[in-house]
Design a protein around this ligand. Structure first.
Ligand SMILES: [Zn+2]
Ligand SMILES: [Zn+2]
Length: 625
């Protein structure tokens, strides 16, 4: 196996890893980098037409966002994901195509992909539920497990013939979400590729519900607005769910809540449709016929004009809008009218990537440029960590530690250097596992270190093992050799191997003899004169039974059977018997055990003597087996 890191290496976005095995070439995710556009978009570092398939961990654009470009440039394999991931990805990719189209009409930029490319991409999905092994190719099997991150998100367990097991976490959740399950435990694996978004940070033990309630109450008292930037999938639903709880517990003032993201509204319906992916307590409200996201003062905004109206109104309210890092979307409508209002609040509930306006404001910058305009940041800035969809430093470490057998090698990705390296240090210091933070483009080649596990159909066991019970197990200990032939690899016993060795030696000797002196001829003649010893009687049935048994345990090899069959055909009965006797005299018929050798010799001689025709058929049968 060869692993090449083509994105999210020492950074958080653009997840893309290329894996090559002896028989397949595939990608783990194919995501956009933050701020990536057609102009800033480098070419793929591989030929998309050569990729056999893609394993998609989850729908977030930083994991799925270049799939349409991949399809448009010739990729024609399958995209494996969960059912929910496909459905969410469809919404997000269509939205991404639309945004690019709008950007293009504005400044004449070529989009990275179009809505047609998205349609082409969606046809390539091959979807499965969690815990179902998927035969992705001849030598790769994939099983998805619950990652607890967003709807449908998976940890991929990838079994590769000959190379061992590789686990790719994708993004993993922290386990305390009211909606998502805790992430699955780490399977025993040889290799692990783990995200590290919060590798250096600990989510403080704050109750996000309490924090959010307090911010809303304080802001409401000042007659300000509460802006909550979110991405359409994940946090948006968690925030809605918390607000619903607060509303139903009468903890909120009678303040309108605007959910100003049409895409978010659509993904929210997907959360309702795919309830089987979610926490049991959360699902139970569906079963009772309730809508877990709806409450009295909530208003889903559809059209942009309505959004602008709400933005320009002075009425205190809560606005949930995309995008989560203030890089676009309708949150910009609201920021324009609210950033300079000291009575209002901006509440970050998710990760803010470097280089985004969200990060600048969170880092305390007082003057920022958003969508081409400069603003003084006067509103109050809050950060509620408990709503992140990612595990924190402790969560990531305990995920690694949750396996019964620790991985041999770990790659830390999807984290800025400070976070990736903190996780790396913690793993090395505490678990002593070889752990590495790859750079963009880094390749690690395990091919030369692989154990060639040959698939069953190519392995031939050329002897019959006699198993004995050892406790619960059935065991046949043996010493043997592997023999490489055209039809695959044959596992042969020590006896068979020695048979081959002696035959080879004999062949050489015969050749030399024929090529040289009279001595050889004399020796041959001499041997033939020595065959006159009494021959035993044996029944045909017994001859067959004994010979097959010798063949089964490796005393009488297939190549010996072939040799004797040919000799019987060409040189006749007596010459063959003479040859057998000669072999036995030189301890070459079965060199390992002279008693068994003599038994074999006697059976062969008796059988060939009494029924040469039957003997020839029997040798043939052994050859053909
Ligand atoms: Zn994600
Ligand atoms: Zn991610």
């Amino acid at each position: 196996m060869k692993i090449q890191f083509l994105g999210a290496a020492k950074e958080v976005t653009g997840s893309c890893i290329l894996i090559e095995t002896r028989r397949s070439k595939f990608l783990l995710d194919c995501g956009q980098r933050q701020g990536q556009s057609a102009e800033s978009s480098p070419e793929f570092q591989f030929n998309p037409g050569e990729i056999d398939f893609v394993i998609l961990s989850h729908a977030h654009i930083d994991h799925s966002g270049l799939l349409p470009k991949l399809a448009a440039e010739g990729f024609d394999g399958e995209i494996y994901s969960t059912v929910a991931t496909r459905d969410v990805a469809e919404l997000l990719l269509e939205d991404s195509a639309k945004i690019q189209k709008e950007a293009e009409s504005g400044v004449g930029l070529m989009p990275m992909f179009t809505e047609e490319d998205v349609a082409l991409t969606m046809d390539k999905f091959s979807v499965y539920e969690w815990d179902v092994p998927i035969d992705a190719s001849d030598d790769v099997t994939v099983t998805f497990l619950d990652a607890g991150h967003i709807l449908g998100a998976s940890i991929s367990v990838i079994d590769i013939s000959g190379a061992g097991r590789l686990v790719y976490t994708g993004d993993i959740g922290h386990g305390h979400s009211p909606i998502m399950n805790p992430p699955a435990k780490l399977n025993n694996t040889d290799f692990l590729i783990i995200e590290s978004t919060y590798g250096a940070k600990r989510h403080p033990a704050v109750n996000p519900k309490e924090s959010l309630k307090q911010i809303i109450l304080d802001t409401y008292a000042n007659k300000g607005k509460v802006l909550i930037p979110v991405f359409a999938v994940g946090r948006a639903q968690e925030v809605l769910y918390i607000l619903k709880q607060l509303y139903e517990e009468s903890e909120l003032p009678n303040i309108p809540v605007y959910f100003d993201t049409p895409l978010g509204a659509e993904t929210t319906s997907l959360y309702q449709y795919h309830q089987n992916y979610l926490r049991a307590q959360f699902r139970s409200s569906f079963l009772k016929g309730e809508n877990p996201f709806h409450f009295g003062t909530l208003d889903f905004i559809r059209g942009n004009n309505r959004s602008l109206d709400v933005a320009s109104s002075e009425e205190p309210c809560v606005v949930i809008a995309a995008s989560g890092m203030l890089t676009g979307g309708r949150i910009l409508n609201h920021l324009e009218t609210t950033l300079e209002d000291p009575d209002s609040s901006l509440v970050f509930v998710g990760y803010q990537a470097e280089g985004t306006p969200g990060r600048e404001i969170l880092d305390g910058k007082k003057r920022v440029e958003i969508a081409g305009k400069e603003y003084d940041v006067k509103l109050k800035v809050h950060y509620i960590p408990g709503l992140s969809a990612h595990a924190d430093a402790d969560g990531l470490f305990s995920f690694v530690n949750s396996a019964d057998i620790l991985p041999k090698k770990i790659f830390v990705v999807h984290g800025e250097p400070e976070n990736a390296e903190a996780l790396q240090r913690r793993i090395i210091n505490n678990l002593r596992i070889d752990t590495f933070v790859p750079e963009m483009g880094y390749t690690e080649n395990f091919m030369d270190r692989e154990v060639v596990k040959v698939v069953e159909k190519d392995v031939h066991l050329d002897f019959k093992p006699e198993f004995t019970k050892v406790g619960e197990l059935e065991v046949y200990p043996f010493v043997g050799a592997l023999l490489k032939k055209q039809d695959g690899i044959h596992l042969i016993s020590k006896e068979q191997y020695i048979g081959i060795l002696t035959e080879t030696e004999e062949e050489l000797e015969t050749m030399l003899t024929k090529m040289t002196s009279k001595e050889g001829l004399e020796a041959e003649t001499e041997t033939e004169t020595e065959t006159a010893e009494p021959v035993e009687e044996i029944s045909e049935a017994e001859f067959k039974k004994k010979l097959l048994k010798y063949a089964d345990v490796g005393i009488f090899s297939r190549s010996r059977a072939r040799e004797l069959k040919n000799m019987l055909e060409k040189e006749g009965r007596d010459a063959t018997i003479a040859h057998i006797n000669k072999l036995a005299r030189k301890d070459r018929l079965y060199p390992l055990d002279t008693t068994k050798q003599d038994e074999l010799r006697r059976v062969l001689v008796a059988g060939i003597n009494s029924f040469p025709q039957k003997a020839r058929e029997l040798f043939n049968e052994i050859v053909e087996r």
